[in-house]
Design a protein around this ligand. Sequence first.
Ligand SMILES: [Zn+2]
Ligand SMILES: [Zn+2]
Length: 48
Amino acid sequence: MIIKGICQICGKPGIMHSCTMCGRLVCSDCYDSKRGLCKICASKFTQQ
Ligand SMILES: [Zn+2]
Ligand SMILES: [Zn+2]
């Protein structure tokens, strides 16, 4: 499913991804697709 909107971290419009932790819609620059987390959550929950 493609979600278009405005990134809730950097404010850029485009295709959004939803963070599995906080539910924020964020752009691909602000999204860690390996973990399914936005970069804010990814930095909070850094795992090996
Ligand atoms: Zn962004
Ligand atoms: Zn998040």
